[in-house]
Write a protein that binds this ligand. Structure first.
Ligand code: C5P
Length: 232
């Protein structure tokens, strides 16, 4: 029997109506909902509440990256929305991540706060383009260890990164992995992808899956297929 794995469906739609239509096709006992920059900009805290009222857990994916004081306050108000997970960019540094954690701690919530290491849309070439000389592996490990030093609950990373760094990180650290694609399908703008089963076997605790489910004719069936593919 596989360990219990959580799936958050990324709802990246161009309108609140479209998002609501999609979300009502899903079931809160099978997945949580990830609300990112596009949907939050359109729907604000009201859409978070609407989703929570249907019984879904919410991952608020706003990837804060700013001066420590601003991030602390943003994390405080996000946590007060009652979301289950929120996040910052590890590239903001240890001082910023510690401030983010303080923001969550000062709220009434027990939201998990995690850090994005390198976006799964990056590859070695695009790292060099922004002036990072290390290999992707070194860079992701450095950022993950900084997140652990800042007492964050885990990281967002590609499932391909987990095996090489698990032993350097706290035992209870959460690995949240986007860039999930079923076999033989298009990767869209994602570069470092894994199948749901490989991601789980690599040690991912939470899978973030968007377009493979949201662009399907039958999102609920696709989600079930994915769950079955993990349990196989
Ligand atoms: O549609 P797709 O499955 O590629 O969606 C992945 C989701 O995960 C998107 O909402 C994207 O913003 C988010 N994400 C990511 N890579 C990260 C962090 C978050 O793709 N490192």
């Amino acid at each position: 029997m596989q360990k219990k794995i959580e799936i958050y469906v990324a709802i990246d739609t161009g309108s609140v109506e479209e998002a609501k239509l999609l979300i009502t096709k899903l079931k809160p006992n099978l997945c949580g909902i990830k609300i990112g920059k596009e949907l939050f900009t359109l729907g604000g805290p009201q859409i978070v509440k609407w989703v929570q009222d249907l019984g879904f857990k919410v991952f608020l994916d706003l990837k804060f990256h700013d001066i420590p004081n601003t991030v602390q306050r943003a994390c405080y108000v996000s946590a007060e929305l009652g979301v289950s997970i929120l996040n910052v960019h590890a590239l903001g540094g240890i001082k910023m991540m510690k401030a983010a954690k303080e923001g969550v701690n000062s709220s009434k919530s027990n939201a998990k706060i995690i850090a994005v290491t390198m976006l799964t849309s990056h590859d070695q070439k695009s790292l060099h383009e922004i002036g990072i000389k290390q290999t992707m592996e070194e860079q992701v490990l450095r950022l993950a260890m900084n997140a652990a030093k800042s007492n964050l609950d885990g990281i967002v990373c590609s499932a391909l990164d987990i095996k090489s760094m698990k032993q350097s990180l706290p035992k209870e650290f959460l690995f949240v992995t986007p860039g999930i694609r079923l076999e033989n399908v298009k990767a869209d703008d994602q570069k470092r992808i894994s199948t749901p089963k490989n991601a789980t076997e690599s040690g991912s605790n939470i899978l973030v899956i968007g377009r493979p489910i949201t662009t399907s004719n039958n999102p609920e069936r696709k989600l079930n297929e994915i769950i079955e593919s993990i349990e196989d």
